[in-house]
Design a protein around this ligand. Structure first.
Ligand SMILES: N[C@@H](CCC(=O)N[C@@H](CS)C(=O)NCC(=O)O)C(=O)O
Length: 235
């Protein structure tokens, strides 16, 4: 059965690989699993039909037969468990790769998202610049720690895994901020992830939704045809 994922009908980042369906697309491409895409507007995401799949009214979701999942981490984990190639066979190495998935989502991503949110909702406050400095310091602390752990290694723990996929995607959220560039091994790590053919196919497929261009990716996008939602930056 071909799984169906949901993605923004009109992504606030103009299809540049920040919306979290990119994580799922990349995982599916890594394991060679074709997938369908159902595009949803911001309005549709908040309607009962979508909330039945995703209680928080967001993307991505994943449907495969009787199974419906939400949360990009859970979806990528499910894909990695169902297919070879994203988690090592050795039990301990597998547990460590899963640990890196959690680290990406629970330890590295939160200060990055908090910084994004601050720019959306606190940008007009008198204390905004001070708060920004605090938030960026938190991000830099995490990146410094991650950089020290990665060292000269290619990936976080042996071969490329779902842990790297998630970490690269989280670090990519800092695109355009020049922060990752201050950690040359991390920017090289992100570039290695982006150079993977599966990443490129996923990126092209996500971008094609925005540009309306065809894609060589196996994904097949279907839109219910509703208009664009607010570009509220809720990435
Ligand atoms: N923790 C969730 C976050 C999902 C999320 O924030 N999705 C964004 C797109 S990347 C979204 O749907 N934003 C629209 C909204 O929240 O209304 C995950 O990893 O899947």
């Amino acid at each position: 059965m071909t799984p169906t994922i949901t993605a923004f009908e009109r992504s606030p980042d103009r299809g540049r690989g920040q919306a979290r369906d990119m994580r799922v697309r990349w995982a599916l491409e890594e394991v060679g699993q074709p997938y369908d895409v159902r595009l949803v507007s911001f309005r549709e995401m908040k309607e009962p039909a979508h909330r039945a799949l995703h209680p928080f009214g967001q993307i991505p979701t994943y449907e495969d037969g009787d199974l419906a999942l939400f949360e990009s981490g859970a979806i990528v984990f499910h894909i990695a468990e169902r297919h070879g190639g994203l988690l090592p066979d050795d039990a301990n190495a597998r547990a460590r790769a899963i640990t890196w998935m959690f680290a990406a989502l629970n330890t590295v991503e939160p200060p990055i998202v908090e910084r994004e949110q601050a720019s959306y909702v606190e940008g007009d406050k008198s204390w905004y610049e001070e708060r920004l400095a605090v938030l960026e310091e938190r991000i830099r602390n995490r990146l410094g720690e991650l950089s020290r752990r990665l060292g000269d290694a290619e990936w976080l723990d042996g071969a490329f895994s779902a842990g790297d996929l998630m970490m690269v995607m989280v670090l990519r959220r800092l695109d355009g901020m020049d922060i990752v560039d201050d950690y040359p091994n991390l920017s090289a790590y992100v570039a290695r992830g982006e150079a993977r053919p599966a990443f490129k196919r996923a990126f092209a497929a996500q971008l094609a939704v925005f540009t309306g261009a065809g894609s060589a990716a196996p994904a097949r996008a279907r839109s219910p045809g509703s208009g664009p939602g607010p570009m509220d930056g809720a990435m």
